[in-house]
Design a protein around this ligand. Structure first.
Ligand code: GDP
Ligand code: MN
Length: 381
């Protein structure tokens, strides 16, 4: 779950990270009165869950409450990378002397959090990693010890931050670390962290991604979810208790079990194809859930073939087959489909699908090869 900038910065501030004064506004009138309260120059920032809002015209500096109202009217409803602006953050404008990057995420390979800093702030870190990887420094954090002061100083010196800012930087790095740990986040990022004209460090932008699987421990954070902002397919999937992640390939996958889903994606890749999604229908899924899953997959226009890989244990193959058939009744799709059903009630399941014009396969390798070939063929048509 992604948090908005204003929510992320609020959490940072609660952990001692300095942020500009400001508040969220839902309409132009509120934007105006917040600008009046703050007085002077303010920045109006579109709250949408994508990066690069600045470049897209979603961030504007204004000089008066009247102008704030005007610009707010222009920004609200604006489309930024497919997302509609519904909330604005009105912040006191900062005078920027320089911009740096500070972020933290999990390093799965190292099995611990890694803090990342760069003197190249304000641009996307992925871009920096691609073009000038030596401008990025990292420290790995022992989760039991927490971020140590010397590690923060190492980051500060490595990005050549002037020594007079090291103390403030260390406090911010520790605050960012705590924000990350206490919320079970998978990412917490300040980009840019700026040095202001009057020599302070200030978190100008904030981004946090929380681990959905840990949200049950954070009821107050779960309530921050902005459902207007999510990919409709992922919202739909959550409603049915499906784990769905959209990817950029063309073979839709429906699998029971996360491990089997990963293996299926690997095997598709192995045979030269590319998965359009990760989808785990979970153990014991009934036909309704299967139908929902298939309709989500088929709504994705980039899907050129579908691969079902069901290992019937608790999940019964005939239930899955019934779900597929009932979904196809409503959807009338001509996308080619390959089914591998094994396990509990597989004979009944195969029988049910026999009329549905589906390619069956006996092994995962066989199924993946067939799906890859069908997707290629379908693409050429
Ligand atoms: P993003 O484009 O979505 O990452 O949004 P940011 O919040 O990072 O803003 C983009 C850029 O707008 C920043 O890198 C700054 O250069 C600029 N900006 C944001 N807030 C202020 C501000 O208060 N004063 C000034 N001068 N520039 C700002
Ligand atoms: Mn930013």
């Amino acid at each position: 779950m992604k948090l908005h900038e204003y929510q992320s910065k609020q959490l940072f501030a609660e952990h001692g990270v300095p942020i500009p004064r400001g508040r969220m506004a839902l309409n132009a009138q509120q934007a105006k009165s917040i600008a009046e309260e703050l007085s002077g120059r303010v920045v109006i920032k579109s709250q949408v869950l994508v990066g690069g809002r600045g470049k897209a015209g979603g961030i504007r500096l204004v000089n008066s409450p009247e102008e704030a109202e005007d610009v707010a009217t222009q920004l609200l409803g604006m489309n930024i990378k497919g997302l509609s602006v519904r909330r604005l953050l009105i912040d006191e404008a900062a005078e920027i002397e320089s911009e740096i990057y500070l972020g933290i995420t999990n390093d799965r390979g190292a099995k611990c959090p890694v803090m990342i800093a760069s003197a190249e702030g304000g641009v996307e870190i992925e871009e920096v990693a691609r073009t000038t990887p030596d401008k990025i420094v990292r420290v790995w954090i022992n989760p039991l010890l927490g971020l140590r002061s010397y590690q923060a100083r190492f980051l500060a010196s490595s990005i050549e931050l002037p020594r007079k800012h090291w103390k403030a930087f260390t406090q911010i790095a520790k605050g960012l670390f705590l924000s990350f740990m206490e919320t079970d986040a998978t990412l917490a990022e300040i980009n840019p962290l700026v040095i202001t004209g009057d020599g302070r460090l200030l978190a100008l932008d904030g981004k946090m991604v929380l681990d959905d699987n840990a949200l049950f421990r954070h009821v107050e954070l779960a309530e921050m979810r902005d459902i207007d902002e999510e990919e409709p397919a992922e919202r739909e999937a959550r409603k049915y208790g499906l784990s769905y992640v959209k990817l950029d390939g063309d073979i839709g996958c429906m699998v029971n079990g996360a491990g089997l889903a990963m293996a299926s994606m690997d095997v598709i890749k192995l045979y030269g194809g590319s998965p359009a999604n990760f989808l785990d229908i979970g153990g014991g899924a009934g036909s309704e859930k299967v139908a929902a899953a298939l309709s989500i997959i088929l709504k994705d226009p980039s899907v050129k073939a579908v691969l079902f890989n069901i290992f019937g244990g608790i999940t019964r193959c005939d239930e899955v087959a019934r779900g597929i058939l009932s979904a196809l009744d409503d959807l009338e799709s001509d996308i080619p489909m390959v089914v591998r059903l094994v396990g509990t009630n597989e004979t009944e399941g195969r029988q049910l699908l026999a009329d549905a014009d589906m390619v069956t396969a006996s092994s995962l390798a066989d199924a993946a090869k067939k799906a890859v070939a069908l997707a290629k063929e379908n693409k050429l048509q």
